[in-house]
Design a protein around this ligand. Sequence first.
Ligand code: FES
Length: 105
Amino acid sequence: IKFTIEDHDGNRQEVEAPDDMGLSLMEILKASEYPVLATCGGMALCATCHVEVFDGQDGLGDATDAELDQLENLPEYFPTSRLACQIRISDMLEGAVFKLRGEDN
Ligand code: FES
């Protein structure tokens, strides 16, 4: 499937990812060399994989309590903020648009 990533500088790029391997969006971002620290390794504990969902919310499952706890503790978060490590790549995300919002250093 293909979806779009907007980086911290506002540059958009289409990213292609397999939807049948159970990968998370965080893993795809790292594999695509986006600056995602993912300090906790995808455990919904560090929030460095914070993304804002511009398009494609319908393809995402509900956030878990652990994910919501992390998002609510961020200095800045948005109505469609999610943790990329908690987003599974599925065919529902075709055409989605995500904006990187985590720390980039
Ligand atoms: Fe740590 Fe997603 S990688 S919260």
